[in-house]
Design a protein around this ligand. Structure first.
Ligand SMILES: Cc1cc2nc3c(=O)[nH]c(=O)nc-3n(C[C@H](O)[C@H](O)[C@H](O)COP(=O)(O)OP(=O)(O)OC[C@H]3O[C@@H](n4cnc5c(N)ncnc54)[C@H](O)[C@@H]3O)c2cc1C
Length: 370
């Protein structure tokens, strides 16, 4: 046996699980196909609930926070934008290459082993799981798929995919676009209405601006909308590298089986309204760690169903509602920007998405009638 637990994928989900398990004395092996640090298309925005996972005193000092942002601009198409300063906890921005690297470093410092290799197939043997890679076969009692949207672990067990949104993102260097850098220096810009569902973003990092667009649409429609977003910002998209990636949302129907389970994007755990996935990657790793240590991985899916799936379902309803009438919501919010405080409460995990339907939606509709 090479380890008690093999984790396929060294992103936030895999690294955070490896850290938890290694600290509890579980022999853990992470198999990651890329040499880290590596680029991952991601805005790198951390909500308070993600930060709270990492706030332990031996972890937080090692987390490379790039910026802390409290100023926002919400735009709908070419209508006048809504500026907003949030007085609660800021949104922390990270560079995913550094963030993922730091988490993996913590895992290996805690005792997890890391091997750089590409996993081709996972299969169940007699009381053992076999993981075939380009560097030979590894064996363990349990295998965890933390291998992102295209999970080879999920495909090995022929699990049906769930719902995916798509996104493009580019890193725009600040020194080449000083005017743009000045405009977005200290604020997060979010724009709806470029496509029926989804939104565009500009996140300011120290070395550049992460500019992206995510949507239910994909292919040429999304590409056309993204390049026109960049052009409108004054960026020559032909001169920068653009990365495309899926955002698997809403949760998979099956997330575990005999001696395997799936975390983060491999389990389709990104939240559909904002596309936030880092928190869900970290939190699913924590739930998985408690199940693996007790040898009760059958409980993992019920923990997800109790804690995470209801929120993802409500967020999906919100996404459908906003996606259907973005102009209407923009005008309603513009008439009462204080309502944005409530959005931050959802995002930071201080209020449930469910409460939007119960409390905020009726308020918005009243505002319209007033
Ligand atoms: C454009 C974009 C912007 C986003 N912005 C945000 C944001 O601002 N905030 C937020 O919270 N979320 C954001 N997300 C979502 C977030 O990026 C993901 O939810 C998060 O990365 C999930 O982490 P993970 O560890 O599950 O998967 P990943 O980060 O995808 O990590 C999977 C790892 O597995 C490895 N791997 C894959 N296949 C194999 C294999 N066969 N063998 C070995 N290794 C393998 C990969 O190399 C990778 O390192 C964004 C997503 C996109 C696409």
């Amino acid at each position: 046996m090479d380890a008690q637990v093999i984790i396929v994928g060294g992103g936030p989900a895999g690294a955070w699980l490896a850290y938890q398990l290694a600290r509890m004395g579980v022999e853990t092996l992470v198999l990651e196909k890329h040499a880290l640090p590596r680029y991952k298309a991601c805005g790198g925005a951390l909500s308070l609930k993600a930060v709270n996972c990492l706030k332990a005193k031996d972890v937080w000092p090692h987390i490379p926070i790039d910026r802390e942002i409290s100023d926002f601009e919400f735009a709908y198409s070419r209508y006048s934008p809504i500026p907003f300063q949030y007085h609660g906890p800021p949104i922390r921005l990270v560079q995913r290459s550094q963030f993922d690297h730091a988490l993996l470093h913590l895992a290996s410092a805690a005792g997890a082993r890391l091997i750089q290799c590409r996993v081709h197939q996972v299969s169940r043997g007699n009381r053992v799981m076999m993981v075939e890679t380009n560097r030979g076969t590894f064996r363990a009692h349990y295998v965890v798929g933390a291998d992102g949207a295209g999970s080879i672990v999920a495909r090995s067990f022929k699990l049906n995919p769930g719902i995916s949104f798509s996104a493009f993102q580019a890193e725009v260097p600040v020194d080449e676009y000083p005017g743009l850098a000045e405009r977005f220096k200290d604020k997060i810009f979010l724009q709806w209405g470029r496509l029926p569902n989804g939104y565009g973003w500009v996140f300011p990092k120290r070395t550049g601006l992460s500019v992206g667009l995510g949507s239910r649409s994909s292919g040429p429609v999304l590409w056309g909308a993204f390049t026109s977003f960049l052009t409108e910002l004054g960026v020559d998209w032909k001169r920068i590298e653009v990365h495309g990636h899926r955002i698997p949302v809403g949760g998979r129907l099956v997330v575990s089986g005999e001696r395997f389970l799936l975390l983060g994007d491999a389990a389709y755990l990104a939240e559909p309204f904002t596309g936030e996935g880092i928190y869900y990657a970290l939190r699913s790793a924590e739930l998985a760690a408690s199940c693996l240590v007790k040898g009760r991985i059958g409980r993992y899916s019920s923990l997800l169903r109790d804690e995470i799936y209801p929120e993802l379902n409500w967020a999906m309803k919100m996404e459908q509602l906003f996606g259907r009438w973005p102009a209407l919501f923009h005008h309603l919010v513009k008439r009462n920007p204080d309502i944005i405080e409530h959005f931050f409460a959802f995002i930071h995990g201080q209020a449930s998405f469910h409460s939007f339907y119960r409390n905020i939606l009726p308020q918005l509709i009243n505002i319209r009638g007033s």
